[in-house]
Design a binder for this molecule. Structure first.
Ligand SMILES: Cc1cc2nc3c(=O)[nH]c(=O)nc-3n(C[C@H](O)[C@H](O)[C@H](O)COP(=O)(O)OP(=O)(O)OC[C@H]3O[C@@H](n4cnc5c(N)ncnc54)[C@H](O)[C@@H]3O)c2cc1C
Ligand code: SF4
Length: 326
């Protein structure tokens, strides 16, 4: 590993001020330090933001929940209000990584973790995301676990966070402190599709610090679920995942929120499926039609076509389970 400096600012403003050239924020380090070991990122300074006064989980005046960016994934998953009001979020967090990792990983770092595309992590290989203009060997190589929606000629990577899929379904707001002041970025909207510049994962600008995530008051989310298909039962990234909330009244879908994970460069809000479901009967046939409406836009690659029926089946199963909930 190359030498680097370490700074631990006392508050968010000082952290933003400390982020000069060659510096990066350090959350729990569970992704960043791995990438430093691999030589994928070579920061001159780590600005540790994991212990800023950002580890609070508190109710907002509007009935939502404010979650500090420094909250550990394990603590967020275990919080009684999260478990009761946003079960899909607790389930998404618990399906990610291992207990030890969840106790280190922070909310801010989880949102900004980098893709698990094998070429991105291997500095001996070309990769447009790591080195713009060098090419995308994944398109013709190993893309079994990569995107089926929203990808481009430049990049077919997927975003690996489970938590982010639930946050997109919930319509969370990401609070950011940047060199120009504070602002809020809605989800979806934080993560980008690759287009012709896959080097940018998000809409954040250099120096932007995530300070918190705000969960809206969303009664519908009490009846929600996160389900993840993966290659093994032990800790493993998603091959595909579904976060969904469903409100059924008199056998008819009144409202719903759906997002898919591991299908695109960003967690994917399934708006076409949602539109097809609202007002439809809460039956497996209607759930399948909604899934088909969403997946009509899928453009699988030669070795990941299996993700299309997998997404359809997983979505139908999650919606059917939610419809049967008392
Ligand atoms: C073996 C293994 C299995 C895993 N399995 C899963 C899984 O199944 N599902 C899943 O979702 N994840 C999984 N992960 C990933 C893990 O969840 C992430 O590494 C973790 O969430 C990153 O959080 P962190 O706080 O450690 O971030 P760090 O590694 O510290 O940082 C990640 C990135 O975020 C930036 N950053 C950190 N905090 C902030 C902030 N507040 N504002 C702005 N930028 C910031 C850093 O500069 C860096 O670019 C796994 C990881 C490992 C090692
Ligand atoms: S899919 Fe994206 S991250 Fe993977 S090799 Fe291609 S450009 Fe790099």
């Amino acid at each position: 590993m190359r030498p680097f400096a370490y700074a631990r600012p006392a508050d968010a403003r000082s952290a933003v001020a400390a982020l000069g050239d060659g510096a990066v924020y350090l959350g729990g380090g569970t992704n960043l330090v791995d990438l430093m070991r691999l030589g994928v990122v070579t920061p001159g300074t780590l600005v540790d933001v994991s212990r800023l006064a950002a580890d609070v989980i508190e109710e907002t005046p509007g009935g939502g929940l404010l979650v500090g960016a420094g909250v550990r994934n394990g603590d967020l998953a275990a919080h009684p209000l999260v478990r009761r009001r946003y079960p899909m979020l607790a389930q998404a967090l618990l399906s990610g990584a291992s207990g030890q990792l969840r106790n280190m990983a922070t909310v801010g770092g989880n949102l900004l973790q980098r893709t698990r595309c094998a070429y991105f992590q291997d500095v001996t290989k070309p990769c447009n995301k790591r080195e713009p203009g060098s090419g995308c060997p994944a398109r013709t190589g190993d893309h079994r676990n990569l995107a089926i929606l929203g990808h481009s000629e430049s990049c077919v990577a997927t975003h690996p966070s489970d938590m982010a899929v639930a946050l997109v379904a919930l319509g969370a707001l990401v609070r950011v402190e940047g060199p120009g002041g504070a602002r809020a970025v809605p989800m979806p909207g934080l993560h980008r599709l690759p287009g012709d510049d896959p080097s940018r994962d998000t809409v954040l600008e250099p120096g932007d610090l995530i300070t918190a995530v705000e969960l809206p008051a969303l009664p519908l989310a009490a009846r929600s679920r996160y389900r993840k298909a993966r290659d093994r039962a032990s800790f493993s990234f998603a091959v595909l995942s579904v976060a969904a909330a469903l409100e059924v009244d008199g056998g008819v879908v009144r409202d719903c929120r759906i997002a898919l994970g591991a299908v695109a460069h960003a967690p994917w809000r399934a708006e076409a499926a949602e539109a097809a479901l609202r007002g439809a009967p809460a039956t497996e046939a209607a759930f399948a039609r909604a899934a088909d409406a969403e997946l009509a836009a899928a453009r699988p690659l030669p070795r990941n076509g299996f993700k299309v029926p997998l997404a359809r089946n997983l979505l139908v199963r999650v919606l059917a389970d939610l419809a049967e909930m008392p």
